[in-house]
Structures are given as structure tokens and as C-alpha cells.
Ligand binder design. Structure first.
Ligand code: SF4
Ligand code: SF4
Length: 986
């Protein structure tokens, strides 16, 4: 059997295995060759071919031989293929090869925008950063933004209009749609329904309103599986109408979070993280900092930053909120103060002492009553107008989305709906399970779905229209405060995608391009072409933030009734922190991005507290059966310190069947047991141990510091008494004895600090580093062998009791040690020191001995055991940063301090005959960080921020006892717990 034949047979093997075990994902032939099943398969399918291979048909010999032959095949292909560079024939005027251009645009999630700046190389968007001018970003970006560039080039995106699964054309669809509309109740739109996600786009909103006016029988439904539903209904309950709420965390001394993750999720979380961090930074000499109290069932990003935290079930948060509200003179408590009476009383005193300078905020998963209570507390504390502002809703038409979807399902089942046009979303996968959305959908005679992938909903629709990516689209969208951004494309649609604006335009027989529609709407208001161009340049329309509106809480909502909640085991449904509601499931960067708290990748889990795990007799990787509302699903267990007892949390979004080759079949489908009466959580969960095991890939093997001083922490009081608490004798002794003389850096000497006080552990920097530096993903199987390739990792440690630990985060990257242990052990000098202090890697010199990695105490070097980088898929090549080598098999790699940015900056400065100024070189991780935890600069510059921070008493080095002289150092953690509350946390 020839190698070609084996390669050809991969697809047969893959199809057979997928049919038996569900979808699988391999990057390469070499990776597959390690699969025992594949070798078995070849032996069974090709016994005749096996015999002439020289070792007879003995199974063991054959398997050995196959392994060797594949390894050789891998060696033959272990370097990237030669490619030829072809210059432009006619060069576009504005393009200089090698010099990127930057464009402003915006990405929306659940309808709400974050302003971005996108780097483009010769017309190819390659890297995304936040727009410093945009209120939701302030220059920062999150993992979803960073990874969206990979979605753009995803070869699994739908490339064509389909009718009943067969390729069709946009023209075919328009003809069919027109016929359908003409028939719809005599052209009045009777029986026509539009289903959208949340919409804030003024242009799209106006189009839908025009559609409803033109076809009065048409009805608009909205549904978003996650997001602001409880927030919206909470405002309705508190104020009698929908309003949105904005917080000013930079003005708050005390913050009380009722199961809110305002630092880790939501349309304003980047801004809120910046504001929160600004009040916690003591490195500048501040003597005070804010204090965060958090209660809730799970350790999310926000709870991990809490100074005082109480783990309580999601079901009990409302009772707790009522007790605090009662302490503030609002309503009556619905339960006894119980074991937390002292905690509550101390919190109430702190809130009262900071009237007008505090914030009470409820989480998206909490019911409307908790949101209404939070509004009442903010009002009673005088926070409204100071730290809390209400504005009119940013949504075009806020509605009770669950009721809206329920009505649609009822009408579909009743045969009323004749035409359904779904603009985005994936309701077949995400709708509440008791709605039986697929069953109701099947009764609609004409169903069309606009979607970037031919997904679970497209599969059940007559028509599928590929949706354009936001980097291919014209549009407009509002941010959390109402600010409008123009979404402008950086590239023509790669897969013939259409936007929602174009599709609704087609419904209105308006065949103009999305550009023309959006421009026409804004150009007059912006003062003509010049104003339009300015807005495209700036990325936002000035003065479109919505003004404050005046509302008041008049009544305290009655308690939410849930039979049997007192003793029941609860089940919580939450967004997956890396693939959200499942829409990012086919994004390998996000699947392989460690979850902030568990550090798991490529899976979702059932999280239980250590005490509940002991009661249930389960441990990590045990598969349990969750029975909820009469439905069952199997899930692997993850025992999570800090999780509330009797509370099991699962993440939605996994278990996809039509996500694409990357996302199909990862994890289990939590939506399959998610009912409409417990979209966020509910009591009555039953758990049964199945006896099965499911391997989970976790990028951090140990979660305790075991008395080592990796992250050094103190309370604010302790810090003020002893500002140099983080210094050990080794830190204080800047020049321990050495055989070798110090090297003199006459020009630049690059260095970095990471402030562990303000790092929230969001992983945005990790995703940014991956995007900037063409870092490959490796797949779950390789992560299980600890072969993940991230150049930067966030180590997360638990300190204190398992039931309620303190969380500490530490970004660990190459330390660019002055006395780098990796350098002297490299036999070919592939790793060496530069004259500006970088620890360089020369890839094409590396022979792969991995001595350097063995000798690195920080374990930040990554080795390409296989050909992880995809050199085959054309579309993926477009997304690479051309300034960074794409590494091939057998090469060691690690953080370079974004050397390409340094060199580009140095060249520009040298041309102008000057030195680089502080802040001119910004590393990718630094740029993304919403809390500004990372500082980078020239240590030869006495005025540089990084030099100043390294001189503060909080500065210390990691493993300095090894005399490595790391260029990356850390600022110790300072926390501000309430001294009145007894705790064994830091
Ligand atoms: Fe990655 Fe650059 Fe940050 Fe290093 S400095 S971790 S290469 S983003
Ligand atoms: Fe998030 Fe990284 Fe900044 Fe920490 S350093 S807050 S993990 S972006």
C-alpha cells in the first residue's frame, strides 16, 4: 500500500470513526498516524497490502511498521513547502508591502458593539485591537474580538446559498422570496414572521420597522439564548418600563456583586475592568483602593477578584439580596440572616458609609426580582446620578424575548406561520428544549436562515443564505451607552455572504448595497462626505451616546416563588467563557483558550464543589448523568474550589453537530436539558454516577503555591504598614555575585512588569499573543500531552480553604532572562541574546534537541512536536501576520516580546534620527489587556513607566533565587478585605 493510498483512505477511516464515535478532528497525517485505531483499521482493511511489507501479516509488526512509515512521511514533510512571492503588477496607491494599514470598525455580540481597530496587510485583516476612542473598549479587546479574525478565514464557513441542502443562487432565493411575499395574505404579509437576535443597529431597525409598515401582517420576534433578558425584565419590574443601566466603577469605593460577572462578560466589561483596575492600582502611591464584595454560586472572573466573597447557591442570592436591602431600609427580609448575619451587617455598614460612592450590581443569570432589588439599593444609597446612570434602551425594540419566542412557536404549531425568515442565531440548537423548536419549525412551509455556517437551523430550513462576517460587512451598531459605530468592511466577502441589512432590503425590494443604505442614513446627519469619512476614520459617530433618563423604583418586588428550593440540588446554565453560546464553537483559538478558572480546553463540564463531590462520591473526569425536568444528559465532573455546595454548573454551547470540523462533537449539549422555566438555573437536579470516565484536557496541573512565593500578596493594611512586603533578600540584592561581567546595553534594554493586583485573569492577552504571533492550536489530544503552544499563559492559584479560596492570577511568558539558562545549553546557538536584551530564537537554526526547554525554570518554551501549523488551507494563510515566521515541525518557539513590533518601531525612529519614546512600542498582550496590568518599555529610559514600576517596593521577580535575572517582573497583589469580616482568605 503506498503512502498516497493511505492518505486517500483517511477520509474513509474518518467517516467510519465519526459514525461510530462522533466527530473527531485531526490536523495532520502524522497526528493521525499515532492513532492506534487507524493502524488497526489499515490492518483490517488491507491485510493483503500488509503482507508484502516484509514483516508478514502479524498484527504487532504491521502496527510497528506503519508507525515508522508514517513517522518517515512526517519527517519528509517537516519543513514548510517552498512558495514564491509574486509582486503586484499594478500596486494600489495606499498599499506599501510590509507596512500595515489600520481601520476602525465594530464587532457586536448579542447585538451590542465594541469598537475595534483592525490591522490589514495588503488587504488582508490580520489582527484586531480595541479602539481607544470607543467607550466600550478604551483600547482594550477580549478573546472573542481577537479570535474573530480566525472566524473570517474559517474554511468551514458556508460558501453558498442552499435550497434543501443543494447549492443555489442569491437570485433563486430572491425569486422564491418574492413569490412567497406576494402570496402572503394578498401581499399584506399575513403569516410572515421575522426572527432576529437582539438588534441595536439603527439602519437595520429602521428597515424592519419599514417592513412591518409595508406588510402589516408581518410580526417581528426576537430571541437571544444568553444576554440581557433578566436585566431587561428587572428594569421593567423596578421602573415599570425598559431602561438600560450604566455603571461608573471608577467612582465607586464599595461594589457589591450579586452573582454578576461585570469584569468577565457583558457589552461593557472591558470598560468596567479598566475602571475597576484604576481604583486598585497602588503602585502609583495610592493609599486607598476600592473593595469588592461578591456573592454567588461560582468563581467567575469577577468573583475571583473579590475582596470578600461568599459562595451561595444561585437560588439563595435573592434571599441574600433581600437581607442586605432590608439592612438598607428597603422591604423586609424573606429569610433569616442565618450564618452570614455578621457578613451581611458588615457589608451594609460599608455600603452606608459610602453613599453615592458604591455600586450594587446583579448578574445576568439572576431573576428580574434581584435586578429590581439592586436598583432599589442603588437608589436608596444615593448612587443614581453618581456611580449609576439610567438611559433609554440601546435596543431598537426591547421585548420579553422568551415570550416572543414562545409566541412564535405557538403560532408555528398552529399553522399560522407560512413564511419564517431567521436573521442569524441558531434557534434549533439554542431554544428552550420544552419549546420543541425543530418540531414547530418543520410545520412552516417557507423557512429561510441567514447564518455564517450551514448549521443545525440551516439544515432544517428550506433556504440557507451565508452570512457575511463583520469584517466583510457594512452596517451600524450601538454600544452599551448608545454610541453608534459604523461597521466597515476590510475585505470583500470571502464566501459570498450577505448581511441582514441586505436580506431585509430584499424583503423590501430595495436592492441597494448595505454600504449605500448605511451611508444614506448617516451622511446627511454627519455633514456630508467629509463627516462620513471622519466617522469611518474615528470608528464612532459623535454625540450618539444616549442621555441619562430619570426613573424611580416605586415598589419592592415580591419574592420569586420556586417550590422545593430550600433543600434542592440546583443546576445552573451559563455561557461558556470561550465559545459563548456555541456560536464560536468552530474557532480553534477559542476552543483551546484555557477557561479562566478551570484552565480546561475543548470541553464543558459539570462543576461541583469539593464538599458536594464528596457527598455524591464523584471525582474529576467521572461521567455523571444529570436529570433535570425529566430530561437527561451525561457530563464529566470537574471539582471546583469556590463553587457553592449543592450547586452544579454546566456551560452551554458545546455538543454541536453542525458547527464545522473543529467544533463538532466537543463536550456535551447542555441546551438539551435547558427548559424555559429555568433558563439560568433551577432546583430539582438529580445526579447519578455512570461509572464511565471522560478525559479532560487541563493546561494547569497544580493549583496551589504550596508555600512558595510565586505570587506575593498582602492586604491593603499590611501593604501600608510594610510597603516592601513582597521583597525577599534576593529581590533586594539586585546584583548577586556572578562570574561574568554585566553586559552594557548602550541603546535599548527592554523589560516588562505585570501587576498581579489588577490582572483579572481574563485571558485576553493570551488570545492577542496567539493572533499576533501565528501561534498554532494543537487539538485536545496534544493538550492532554501538555503540548499546547501558547507563548503566554495565565497561572491561576487558589489560596485558603477549598470551600472559599482566594484566587490569584499570574501571566507567565518568556522572562527574557539576563542570565538565561536556555542559552548556554543550545548546541547550535539557536537561542541567544540580542543587543537590546531580548532572548532571541533563530528558528531555522533550531534542531529540536529541546535542551533549552529542559533548562527553562519558567516552562515557557513550546516545541512543535508535529506540523501544527496548517500550510495547506489557503484561506488560513490569509490571516497570518506576515511579520512573524510560521513555525514548522521540530522547532522550539516562545515569547519574543513581539520583536516584530520593536524592530518596526526602531526602524521608523532611526529613519527620523531619534530614540523611541516611552509607549511607542506596545506588545500585543499589553495592548489587549483591559486592566492595563502589563507595562513594557525601555529600562534604559529613566522616565519610562516600566522603569518607574520596577523601582516600586511592590516589584519582585519570579524564581530569582535561580539567579536568572528575569526581565519580566511582577507587582505584588494587594487586596482590600473588610477587616470587620473574619476570614482565612488573604
Ligand atoms: Fe506574546 Fe508579545 Fe506578549 Fe510575548 S510580549 S507574550 S510575544 S504578545
Ligand atoms: Fe486579562 Fe491578561 Fe490583562 Fe490579566 S494580563 S487582565 S489575563 S489581559
Amino acid at each position: 500500500m503506498t503512502m498516497k493510498e493511505k492518505e486517500l483512505d483517511l477520509s474513509t477511516f474518518r467517516a467510519r470513526l465519526e459514525a461510530e464515535e462522533g466527530p473527531r478532528y485531526w490536523r495532520s497525517l502524522e497526528e493521525l498516524s499515532e492513532d492506534e485505531n487507524f493502524r488497526e483499521y489499515l490492518f483490517e482493511e488491507f491485510p493483503r497490502q500488509a503482507a508484502p511489507m516484509g514483516e508478514g501479516s502479524d498484527r504487532r509488526s504491521f502496527m510497528k511498521l506503519m508507525g515508522a512509515s508514517f513517522a518517515l512521511a512526517g519527517l519528509a514533510g517537516c519543513r514548510a513547502p517552498v512558495e514564491h512571492i509574486v509582486p503586484y503588477v499594478n500596486k494600489p496607491e495606499e498599499i506599501l508591502p510590509g507596512r500595515p494599514l489600520f481601520f476602525a470598525t465594530a464587532m457586536s455580540l448579542s447585538g451590542v458593539a465594541t469598537g475595534l481597530l483592525v490591522e490589514s496587510h495588503e488587504g488582508r485583516p490580520t489582527k484586531i485591537d480595541g479602539n481607544p476612542e470607543h467607550p466600550a473598549s478604551l483600547g482594550a479587546s477580549g478573546a472573542f474580538h481577537q479570535a474573530s479574525v480566525l472566524d473570517l478565514y474559517d474554511p468551514d464557513r458556508s460558501p453558498a446559498v442552499r435550497y434543501l441542502g443543494e447549492v443555489a443562487t442569491w437570485g433563486d432565493f430572491l425569486t422564491a422570496l418574492q413569490r412567497q411575499l406576494e402570496q402572503a395574505a394578498g401581499g399584506q404579509g399575513g403569516g410572515v414572521r421575522i426572527l432576529t437576535e437582539t438588534i441595536t443597529s439603527p439602519t437595520l431597525g429602521a428597515q424592519i420597522e419599514a417592513l412591518l409598515a409595508r406588510f402589516p401582517g408581518t410580526v417581528w420576534h426576537q430571541y437571544e439564548p444568553l444576554g440581557a433578558s433578566n436585566v431587561r425584565e428587572g428594569a421593567q419590574l423596578a421602573f415599570g418600563r425598559y431602561v438600560d443601566t450604566i455603571y461608573q466603577f471608577d467612582r465607586a469605593n464599595v461594589i457589591f456583586s450579586l452573582d454578576s460577572d461585570f469584569l468577565g462578560a457583558g457589552p461593557a466589561h472591558l470598560r468596567y475592568t479598566r475602571q475597576f483596575a484604576d481604583r486598585r492600582r497602588v503602585s502609583g502611591g495610592a493609599q486607598t483602593m476600592n473593595r469588592l464584595y461578591a456573592i454567588g454560586p461560582t468563581l467567575n472572573v469577577t468573583a475571583g477578584m473579590a475582596d470578600n466573597r461568599l459562595p451561595v447557591r444561585a437560588l439563595d442570592v435573592e434571599d441574600f439580596a433581600r437581607q442586605v436591602a432590608a439592612g438598607l431600609g428597603i422591604g423586609m427580609p424573606s429569610g433569616s440572616s442565618g450564618p452570614h448575619a455578621a457578613w451581611t451587617a458588615a457589608l451594609v455598614r460599608d455600603l452606608q458609609a459610602n453613599r453615592g460612592a458604591s455600586v450594587v450590581i446583579a448578574g445576568d443569570g439572576q431573576p428580574p426580582a434581584v435586578h429590581a432589588l439592586a436598583h432599589a439599593m442603588n437608589q436608596a444609597l444615593g448612587n443614581v446620578g453618581s456611580t449609576v446612570t439610567h438611559i433609554e434602551p440601546v435596543e431598537v425594540q426591547p421585548v420579553d424575548q422568551l415570550a416572543s419566542l414562545r409566541q412564535l412557536v405557538v403560532d408555528m404549531n398552529g399553522g399560522i406561520v407560512r413564511t419564517l425568515v431567521m436573521l442569524g442565531g441558531n434557534p434549533v440548537f439554542t431554544a428552550p428544549i420544552d419549546f420543541d423548536f425543530p418540531g414547530a419549525l418543520a410545520k412552516v412551509p417557507f423557512r429561510a436562515h441567514l447564518s455564517p455556517y450551514y448549521d443545525e437551523t440551516s439544515e432544517r430550513s428550506h433556504w440557507h443564505i451565508p452570512e457575511a462576517h463583520y469584517l466583510e460587512s457594512w452596517g451600524d451598531v450601538r454600544a452599551f451607552d448608545g454610541t453608534v459605530s459604523i461597521v466597515q468592511p476590510l475585505i470583500a466577502p470571502l464566501y459570498n455572504g450577505k448581511t441582514a441589512t441586505e436580506l431585509v432590503g430584499a424583503l423590501l425590494s430595495d436592492m441597494r448595497s448595505a454600504h449605500d443604505m448605511v451611508q444614506e442614513r448617516w451622511i446627511a446627519q454627519l455633514g456630508g462626505e467629509e463627516g462620513w469619512r471622519r466617522v469611518l476614520h474615528d470608528g464612532l459617530v459623535p454625540n450618539t451616546a444616549l442621555p441619562a433618563t430619570s426613573v424611580a423604583v416605586t415598589t419592592v418586588p415580591p419574592p420569586t416563588q420556586r417550590p422545593g428550593q430550600a433543600t434542592a440540588l440546583e443546576l445552573i446554565f451559563t455561557a461558556d467563557s470561550t465559545i459563548y453560546d456555541g456560536r464560536f464553537a468552530n474557532n480553534a483559538w477559542l476552543q483551546e483558550l484555557p477557561k479562566p478558572m478551570t484552565k480546561l480546553v475543548w470541553d464543558n463540564v459539570a462543576m461541583v464543589s469539593p464538599a458536594t463531590a464528596a457527598r455524591l462520591g464523584v471525582a474529576n473526569e467521572d461521567v455523571i448523568e444529570l436529570t433535570f425536568g425529566g430530561r437527561r444528559v451525561h457530563a464529566p465532573v470537574w471539582v471546583m474550589p469556590g463553587q457553592a455546595d449543592e450547586s452544579v454548573m454546566i456551560q452551554v454551547g458545546h455538543g454541536r453537530t453542525r458547527a464545522g470540523r473543529v467544533g463538532n462533537g466537543t463536550g456535551f449539549n447542555a441546551y438539551s436539558i435547558r427548559p424555559s422555566n429555568a433558563l439560568s438555573f433551577g432546583p430539582g437536579l438529580r445526579v447519578r454516577k455512570t461509572g464511565d470516565k471522560h478525559k479532560l484536557a487541563c493546561t494547569q496541573g497544580h493549583h496551589r503555591m504550596e508555600g512558595r512565593q510565586l505570587i506575593r500578596a498582602a492586604t491593603l493594611g499590611g501593604y501600608l504598614q510594610n510597603p516592601a512586603f513582597a521583597k525577599t533578600k534576593l529581590d533586594l540584592d539586585e546584583h548577586p555575585p556572578d562570574l561574568y561581567p554585566e553586559f552594557r546595553y548602550d541603546e535599548y534594554r527592554w523589560g516588562m512588569t505585570v501587576d498581579t493586583s489588577v490582572c483579572v485573569g481574563c485571558n485576553g492577552c493570551v488570545a492577542a499573543c496567539q493572533a499576533e504571533n501565528n501561534i498554532s492550536t494543537v487539538g485536545k489530544k496534544e493538550v492532554l500531552r501538555q503540548r499546547e503552544m501558547h507563548w503566554l499563559r495565565i497561572d491561576r492559584y487558589f489560596e485558603g480553604p477549598d470551600a472559599n479560596p482566594q484566587v490569584l492570577h499570574q501571566a507567565v511568558l518568556c522572562m527574557h532572562c539576563e542570565k538565561a539558562p536556555c542559552e548556554p545549553v543550545c548546541p547550535v546557538e539557536a537561542t541567544s541574546h540580542s543587543d537590546d536584551g531580548l532572548n532571541d530564537m533563530t528558528y531555522n537554526r533550531c534542531v529540536g534537541t529541546r535542551y533549552c526547554s529542559n533548562n527553562c525554570p519558567y516552562k515557557v518554551r513550546r516545541f512543535n512536536f508535529f506540523q501544527y501549523a496548517d500550510f495547506e488551507t489557503e484561506s488560513l494563510k490569509l490571516g497570518r501576520n506576515p511579520d512573524v515566521t510560521v513555525r514548522s515541525r521540530g522547532v522550539m518557539e516562545k515569547c519574543t516580546f513581539c520583536v516584530q513590533r520593536i524592530r518596526r518601531g526602531r526602524r521608523a525612529a532611526e529613519k527620523e534620527g531619534r530614540r523611541l519614546g516611552d509607549g511607542e512600542i506596545v506588545t500585543a498582550c499589553q495592548a489587549a489587556c483591559p486592566s492595563q496590568a502589563i507595562s513594557f518599555g525601555d529600562l534604559n529610559d529613566k522616565e519610562a513607566d516600566v522603569t518607574r514600576l520596577k523601582a516600586t517596593p511592590l516589584n519582585y521577580g519570579l524564581l530569582v533565587e535561580l539567579n536568572t535575572h528575569p526581565r519580566v517582573s511582577y507587582l505584588a497583589t494587594v487586596r482590600n478585605p473588610n477587616p470587620e469580616i473574619e476570614t482565612d482568605r488573604i
